[in-house]
Ligand binder design. Structure first.
Ligand code: NAD
Ligand SMILES: O=C[C@H](O)CS(=O)(=O)O
Length: 482
């Protein structure tokens, strides 16, 4: 694909603008500059917030049917330009072209589900007859848009995780200012293009590109911004939560996801699912499989088959239709993964496959016998490395799966419903996938974690609810009218 370095513009309240400063976007595979993007100043972020506030004030009564129309028109535009969206994801990020196409399909669904949910923002009727004297009242509650939503998004799903902020925000009648990841801003700008083409009123959406550390605080702390919807690492999440103060905050953070495979499972199925869950998107996946606990009776067979399938994966040019795994997002991250693996091996772990880095590429890697003290056993690797452990039984598996500070999703493979239910009840996570790996998500389901994996839930309906407030109304009826 012939590449021209494109000078992009960012969307500020319906206007496509350049900025005094710009930064480069690179193709992680060859470090080629693929675009220059505005590096927004604090004043540009302030202007976007001000315009969003004004747009919300005039638009918060924006009719539901019109919000639905714009959302569906944006989805239709994305559908019409699917390949362009996919190529952009594949160029600026780590995903293969096939993985990128999958993300575009999901993003279109996310926006369409947002349109459906716009019609389901309901309150409740209330029975005030709680005690003597309160019976002559009737009432209800209803949900109203919170106002300006500040959305900060990560690099690994550069389109769908922006869609999970913008779609629900618009469905709920809010205005939204997006600060996308600096390494993958182009997909967010394309999503903005789809909404502009769909006739989204000016000011409702801004995509302000730049450094999170430089302009993030302005977005997080501004009094007009009534909610922060953050997806990213726990370090940034902690900093943002402190800065936000008394403000609604939704945090979708990291994980170190476990999968339990019991001896009564179809372990061929488990192997296939866990290989995909571990190495899709080069393991740069918040619910990617990082630890697998295999019951002792099938451990040797499972490990043997897992290694064989892993070695079949084609690592290479992410734009090649036949490639299974591309590069990590940059060389710094690839070197970090290499260091964590080296630390584990030096501490006594066994390298069963992989362990080789070439620039931003790191081979799919399997470790066994990893000491609990190693970083890779406790932190989020966010790379193509999986740790496989042998356990005595389901009890030991659950205890060890819980023994980290994260709790996003877990997978459990078993044919025994009682054991499945035991894991469901005892795993400290936000989601348990039975007979799927931890890397299972549909965009309509509630999504989020416990412990250091986050605060609150996304998934379109949950996000719409988080981006609204509930108001109660009571009518005291005049006695003479009763
Ligand atoms: N739970 C989920 O749904 C989910 C989904 C995808 C990724 N993630 C997590 O995101 C991380 C990987 O993405 P990443 O490397 O882009 O994360 P990151 O935390 O480095 O950056 C995420 C976003 O926050 C911004 N940012 C960083 N520091 C900031 C600060 N101090 N103030 C304001 N903004 C700041 C960045 O510019 C970027 O836009 C992993 O931990 C992964 O698990 C979680
Ligand atoms: O990286 C975390 C993502 O939220 C997982 S998914 O791509 O949405 O399934």
């Amino acid at each position: 694909m012939k590449l021209q370095v494109k000078h992009e513009k960012m969307l500020l309240a319906g206007q496509w603008i350049e900025s005094d400063r710009s930064f480069e976007v690179y193709n992680p595979q060859n470090n080629q500059v693929i675009a220059r993007v505005p590096k927004a100043s604090e004043s540009e972020m302030l202007l976007a917030i001000d315009k969003a506030h004004k747009a919300y004030q005039t638009m918060h009564a924006w009719p539901t049917h019109d919000r639905i129309r714009v959302l569906n028109k944006a989805a239709a535009y994305m559908e019409e330009h699917k390949e362009r969206f996919a190529e952009t994801i594949a160029l600026e990020g780590s995903k293969t072209i096939n993985e990128a196409r999958g993300e575009v399909t999901r993003s279109i669904q996310t926006i369409r589900i947002s349109a459906e949910e716009a019609r389901r923002i309901n309150g409740q009727t209330i029975n005030f007859d709680q005690s003597e004297g309160s019976e002559n009242r009737v009432g209800y509650s209803y949900r109203f848009p919170i106002g300006v939503v500040g959305a900060i998004t990560p690099f690994n799903d550069p389109l769908n995780l922006v869609a999970h902020k913008v779609g629900p925000a618009i469905a709920a009648g809010n205005a939204v200012v997006v600060k996308p990841a600096s390494v993958t801003p182009l997909s967010a700008l394309l999503l903005a293009e789809a909404f502009m083409k769909a006739g989204l009123p000016a000011g409702i959406l801004s995509v302000i590109t730049g450094s999170g550390r430089e302009i993030g605080e302005t977005l997080i702390t501004h009094p007009y911004v009534k909610m922060i919807s953050f997806t990213g690492g726990v370090d940034a999440g902690e900093r943002i939560a402190h800065q936000a103060g008394i403000k609604k905050v939704n945090m979708e953070l990291g994980s170190n996801s476990p999968v339990i495979v019991l001896s009564d499972a179809d372990f061929h199925d488990a192997v296939k699912s866990c290989v995909s869950g571990a190495f899709s998107a080069v393991g740069q996946n918040c619910i990617g499989v990082q630890r697998i606990y295999v019951e002792k009776d099938i451990y040797a067979s499972f490990l043997e088959e897992f290694k064989a399938r892993t070695k079949e994966l084609r690592v290479g040019d992410k734009l090649d239709e036949l490639t299974d795994m591309g590069p990590l997002i940059n060389e710094k991250e690839a070197k970090r993964v290499e260091e964590w693996v080296d630390e584990a091996v030096q501490s006594g772990a066994t390298l069963q496959a992989g362990g080789v880095r070439k620039g931003t590429f790191y081979d799919p890697t399997i470790l066994t016998d990893v000491p609990n003290s190693c970083k890779i056993a406790n932190e989020e690797i966010f790379g193509p490395v999986v740790l496989i452990y042998q356990v005595e039984n389901v009890n030991e598996a659950v205890e060890r799966a819980n023994d980290v500070d994260y709790g996003l999703q877990a997978g459990v493979f078993t044919s025994d419903i009682n054991k499945a239910y035991y894991t469901i009840q005892n795993l400290h996570v936000g989601g348990v996938m039975v007979n799927d790996s931890s890397d299972y998500r549909i965009d309509a389901m509630p999504f989020g974690g416990v412990k250091n994996s986050g605060l609150g839930r996304e998934g379109v309906r949950s996000a719409v609810e988080a981006m609204t407030e509930e108001k109660v109304v009571s009518f005291r009826l005049q006695q003479q009218l009763l």
